[in-house]
Design a binder for this molecule. Structure first.
Ligand SMILES: Nc1nc2c(ncn2[C@@H]2O[C@H](COP(=O)(O)OP(=O)(O)OP(=O)(O)O)[C@@H](O)[C@H]2O)c(=O)[nH]1
Length: 320
């Protein structure tokens, strides 16, 4: 049987439908297109005359099995309307900016609504361009991300970040100099962490970093002490009013505490559990009064701890 192509509606409402700022498609009970408004034409590259009478899923085969197809079936068979927000299906129809053939697809919010006319079932598909909203959401996310980057908390571990460490070290050094006090710095590195990541995977590596960061923060009891993530798998502790020997004792307690957690390590590491190497450097009124010099001394001590076997504490000056 040959189904006659329905005539286009040709009145005031048809003009209005063609001016509406969203895509409108009407399907009959056989899923054939009976209305295709003006908005659809430049965005799909298909005129109304070309698609009228064609089944929607032959015009757009990629919609088969999609949420749009389920929504159309729900409308035509069960008389149920469906909203498909952009968050569920970003750009189901292959529609692009008017006149652009190879540009990015328009982000879409789609609504499918059933209706009846002369006892025949139809459904109306509305397609809204939500690209602007999506762009705004993206900008908001970028903004939130840059705010986080500018804050003082490390996003992974929840302890202070490098930015806070820099500010705090400067402040505490100045204070110690002003008051003629002491200050020690610990630089801590998880041993063989590359092997850990390689063996257990990056995600578990992240979890390990968080556990170690918490353990470090717990061990620092004084209010002025600062635990910070210094970089990748490196942590720092700023210890005001602490001599080198007191810092050595605390560093050893931290090392032992983390070892006692018995976090399983990769087979190629120095121990079967996660261990730390810690470098310690101290400022006094005559030496290492600048942040860079203190960090460098602690870093050298840390390097010495690594070189001499890991799972140990080295204090600046030990080697001499
Ligand atoms: N999972 C995870 N891994 C990280 C992160 N930051 C750095 N790393 C990893 O930490 C590892 C550090 O490796 P290396 O610097 O080679 O040192 P190492 O394996 O710990 O060896 P030693 O320090 O000499 O004991 C690298 O594999 C990094 O990819 C992070 O945020 N998450």
């Amino acid at each position: 049987m040959i189904i006659p192509k329905p005539e286009p509606i040709n009145d005031l409402s048809s003009r209005a439908v063609n001016l509406v700022n969203c895509g409108l498609i009407v399907l009959d009970a056989d899923q054939q297109i009976v209305l295709w408004n003006g908005w659809m034409v430049p965005r799909s590259g298909r005129s109304a005359a070309r698609v009228r009478g064609e089944p929607l899923f032959e015009v757009f085969p990629e919609l088969r099995g999609s949420r749009v197809e389920s929504a159309v079936l729900a409308a035509l068979i069960d008389n149920v309307a469906t909203n498909i927000p952009q968050s569920q299906s970003r750009a189901p129809f292959p529609l692009r900016e008017a006149g652009s053939f190879d540009g990015a697809r328009i982000d879409q919010a789609v609504t499918v609504t059933p209706f009846s006319e002369d006892k025949e079932r139809f459904c109306l598909i509305e397609i809204r361009d939500v690209s602007g909203t999506v762009d705004r959401e993206r900008q908001l996310l970028d903004h939130a991300e840059s705010l986080r980057a500018r804050s003082y908390v490390d996003g992974l571990t929840g302890i202070a970040n490098r930015r806070y460490f820099d500010v705090a070290l400067n402040r505490e050094l100045r204070r110690a100099q002003r008051l003629g006090g002491q200050l020690s710095l610990l630089l801590t590195d998880i041993d063989s962490f590359k092997a850990y990541n390689d063996h257990f995977g990056h995600q578990q590596g992240d979890a390990c970093l968080t556990t170690v960061a918490k353990a470090l923060a717990e061990m620092l009891k004084r209010p002025a002490d600062v635990a910070a993530r210094y970089g990748g798998e490196e942590f720092a502790a700023i210890l005001p009013d602490t001599t080198a020997e007191q810092a050595r004792a605390l560093a050893n307690s931290i090392r032992e505490h983390v070892a006692s957690l018995n976090l399983k390590q990769a087979p190629s590491a120095v121990r079967p559990y996660v261990t730390l190497s810690i470098g310690v450097a101290s400022m006094d009124k005559d030496r290492l009064s600048e942040p860079e010099a203190l960090i460098e001394a602690a870093d050298k001590a840390l390097y010495a701890a690594k070189r001499s076997g890991r799972d140990r504490v080295v204090v600046d000056g030990d080697a001499q």
